[in-house]
Design a protein around this ligand. Structure first.
Ligand SMILES: [Mn+2]
Length: 306
């Protein structure tokens, strides 16, 4: 029987500092996400787009921008992702800005608790997304999802998964990080989050980095990938709101995805921060999809699959 994959569109940019990631789901559809996944022997169900509150575009209150809207969107995402997991489908959340990782990953963690699975979250991002309202320079909640998942943040977001913290920092590995605010850095160290930043990737290479990030993943592990498209070097992926120079090259990113695919434990995926308003002829969506195909076992090279 074919594996079933459910696409969930979350067209919002309420957590971002730049408008446009709300168009991300459609950009992925236009770049053919459905037929491309079907070509990898998957049954693809497009559940359509979630419908949440509009972006009021207001300044921060108490260090948060649009907290009520962010909460509403994350509750919708949490329920949608959890419902697909219950059906035995693999959810692919099409963002949307990365604040929605709170709803998505809290749902995956809840599902793992309910089914007795171990969880490994791979956070592919230029940013650690570990800000709090006291540390944040901007108030944009897309800089805070990992902190919220680990129990640091507003009650409404921290409690979305039913258990606090929704995620133990021990379950997460961050890869590709190259932009962290000073206060954020302190907190990341304090909670003991394992971060493979770009310096690390430069020094030991993507292969050894991924071997470490995937160490301990076994047949009872649910691997969740939270793919912020700004993980990639802006040279290949200009269509994001917060580009940071010095990200993984195309080949490095391919290797990263291929090594995740090799584990055969991918259980859910977020594709976040794709911003067609900043893109060039949808090329960032095309690159993101190319990498997603590798995550689903597309073999670009000469190896035989076993
Ligand atoms: Mn992010």
């Amino acid at each position: 029987m074919k594996k079933k994959v459910s696409l969930i569109g979350a067209p919002t940019d309420v957590g971002a500092g730049e408008r446009g990631s709300s168009m991300g789901p459609e950009a992925l559809r236009v770049a053919n996400i459905i037929p491309l996944l079907e070509a990898h022997d998957l049954e693809v169900i497009d559940t359509g787009n979630l419908s949440g509150p509009p972006n009021p575009w207001l300044p921060p209150t108490n260090g948060y921008r649009h907290l009520a809207e962010v909460v509403a969107w994350n509750q919708l995402v949490h329920e949608a992702v959890h419902a697909e997991l219950l059906k035995g489908h693999m959810p692919i959340l099409m963002g949307g800005d990365h604040c929605l990782g709170i709803g998505s990953i809290s749902a995956v963690a809840r599902h793992c608790r309910e089914t007795g699975k171990k969880l490994r979250v791979l956070w592919l991002d230029a940013h650690a997304d570990f800000n709090t309202n006291l540390l944040t320079p901007s108030g944009n909640i897309h800089g805070m999802p990992v902190a919220c998942l680990c129990g640091h943040g507003p009650k409404e977001l921290v409690e979305i998964g039913g258990v606090v913290p929704a995620l133990s920092p021990k379950s997460m590995r961050q890869i590709g990080i190259r932009s962290v605010d000073p206060g954020e850095k302190r907190l990341v160290h304090e909670v003991g989050l394992e971060v493979f930043d770009m310096r690390y990737v430069d020094e030991i290479g993507m292969r050894a980095t991924m071997q470490q990030a995937l160490a301990g993943v076994d047949a009872n592990t649910h691997v969740h990938v939270s793919f912020d498209v700004d993980f990639l070097d802006p040279e290949i992926a200009p269509g994001v709101g917060t580009t940071v120079l010095g990200g993984p090259t195309y080949r490095e990113a391919q290797l990263c995805m291929e090594m995740i695919a090799d584990t055969e434990q991918l259980g859910s995926l977020d594709v976040m921060e794709l911003n067609p308003a900043l893109d060039v002829r949808n090329r960032t969506a095309v690159v993101a999809l190319d990498l997603i195909e590798s995550l689903f076992g597309k073999s670009t090279l000469m190896r035989r699959s076993s």
